[in-house]
Design a protein around this ligand. Structure first.
Ligand SMILES: [Zn+2]
Length: 76
């Protein structure tokens, strides 16, 4: 069974967060939970679930969970 968007975001929120990291969406300082989303330089959008081809990835950026739900795409 495929994980839901919320489950994937919750999993990604376990990735390590630096205390100086801010949300890539609103710029607020992130405390506790964050979701790491992958940016594609081809579409200039953020994705969950490792759907971005490696050669089109700009890497991962942290988001607050509320913002992540708004900006994350799950289909490339
Ligand atoms: Zn935000």
């Amino acid at each position: 069974m495929k994980a839901t968007k919320e489950q994937v975001l919750a999993q990604q929120s376990k990735m390590q967060l630096d205390k100086y990291d801010v949300c890539a969406c609103c710029g607020k300082q992130l405390k506790g939970n964050a979701a790491w989303l992958e940016l594609s330089f081809k579409t200039n959008k953020y994705y969950i679930d490792n759907v971005v081809p490696q050669e089109e990835s700009q890497g991962y950026f942290p988001f607050g969970l509320t913002c992540a739900k708004k900006v994350a795409f799950s289909v490339y």
